[in-house]
Design a protein around this ligand. Structure first.
Ligand SMILES: Cc1cc2nc3c(=O)[nH]c(=O)nc-3n(C[C@H](O)[C@H](O)[C@H](O)COP(=O)(O)O)c2cc1C
Length: 363
């Protein structure tokens, strides 16, 4: 069986190892959601990943409600992404862009006071990060059926821009309680039209988005992320095995290159599972490469790949804090611990200053 350190082909991308960088929002763009030069340094430091999945990146202003997060809907953003992608390529790496619509998790402050959109009228629990600190979420309105073509054209525009910026591929963000997850899971989707109710109806929007994005980028360069197990940001489902089994089958029909899953265990530190693992069901109905994420260390990751449970592993917090993660895992070296206070802070601290093993030894 393969090891974490063996190459793998995802769609038409050849990865030198099976250690992926999971998408990590870091808030180092401008207030207008334009990427900044320090992001080139950060991603280039992590170029030895089999594949970098970028931080979630807004497809439209309607879909972006995170302070200083990047977007990909206008030409200033495309131009600013180009040197970042080039910096990763110059170091021999590969980078895919994660396409994001935050749905009901966009605070009205980002929308000139207008309500955000979701599958149904609903208010997210807890508080949003805004430019004026944490605030309770606003009530979302239900996206009308006649607005869906416009949403799809936003995805199409973003996908075209990702290609123009030079990305090796894209990942559709359908996880973590954001818009596409709000349509998928019945705890959030209360619609009575053909986008709600049955499982077939609830997978319709994500399937159309996948077809639209793959139509621009190529299915062999398009992946998708789900978080099938357990509640997150107020979104959950009553029958995840049936729902995500069908969603994965639809993604296979579109021909996507891979599915990535954030699936914690029952004691997960980034969400908690509430049903038995959904990954095996998804792996069966998808048939292609499945990448697993959440709470992996080197030993668990190697065991998951060796057993065939996963084709590759995506690391989030370990990658944030260890630019040379594959080299450290190969040596069984200790890992730097990520510092939560600088996850979303601006500037270089806790961003580009985590040392490699060699730098730590030299210091
Ligand atoms: C600071 C931070 C930012 C994150 N941003 C994103 C994101 O932009 N998109 C996404 O799908 N998940 C995001 N996540 C979730 C991670 O991709 C990953 O699923 C999570 O950290 C669990 O993996 P880990 O145990 O390897 O850290 C984020 C997590 C953290 C800690």
């Amino acid at each position: 069986m393969p090891s974490l350190f063996d190459p793998i082909r995802l769609g038409n991308l050849d990865l030198p190892n099976r250690i992926l960088m999971a998408p990590l929002t870091r808030g180092r763009s401008t207030r207008d959601h334009v990427p900044t030069p320090i992001m080139a340094e950060y991603y280039a430091q992590r170029a030895s990943a089999g594949l970098i999945i970028s931080e979630a990146t807004g497809i439209s202003q309607e879909g972006l409600g995170w302070p200083y997060a990047p977007g990909i809907w206008n030409s200033a953003q495309v131009e600013a992404w180009k040197p970042i992608v080039k910096a990763v390529h110059d170091k021999g790496g590969r980078i895919a862009l994660q396409l994001w619509h935050m749905g009901y998790l966009v605070h009205p402050d980002f929308l000139n006071g207008e309500p955000p959109v979701s599958s149904s009228v609903r208010t997210a629990p807890d508080h949003a990060h805004t430019y004026d600190g944490k605030k309770p979420y606003g009530e979302a309105r239900a996206l009308r059926e006649d607005e869906i073509p416009r949403l799809l054209s936003d995805y199409e525009n973003a996908a075209r821009n990702a290609v123009a910026a030079g990305f090796d591929g894209v990942q559709i963000h359908a996880a973590n309680g954001y818009l596409l997850d709000e349509f998928l899971r019945d705890g959030a989707n209360k619609r009575t039209d053909r986008y709600g109710g049955s499982i077939e109806n609830r997978v319709r929007l994500v399937t159309k988005v996948a077809q639209t994005v793959a139509g621009v980028v190529g299915p062999e360069r398009t992946g998708i992320r789900f978080s099938p197990n357990g509640p997150i940001q107020g979104v959950d489902d009553s029958d995840p095995h049936a729902l995500f089994g069908l969603a994965a089958e639809m993604m296979a029909r579109v021909g996507l290159a891979y599915i990535e899953l954030r699936e914690p265990g029952p004691d997960g530190t980034f969400g908690k599972a509430t049903v038995p693992p959904v990954a095996p069901t998804i792996k069966k109905t998808f048939g292609g490469p499945v990448i697993l994420n959440c709470d992996y260390d080197g030993a668990r990751a190697e065991a998951a790949v060796k057993s065939g449970e996963a084709d590759a592993i995506a690391f989030g917090r370990p990658y944030l804090a260890n630019p040379d993660l594959p080299e450290r895992l190969a040596k069984g070296a200790p890992l730097n611990k990520d510092v939560m206070a600088t996850w979303y802070s601006q500037g270089p601290e806790g961003y580009v200053d985590y040392p490699t093993l060699e730098e730590a030894k030299a210091a």
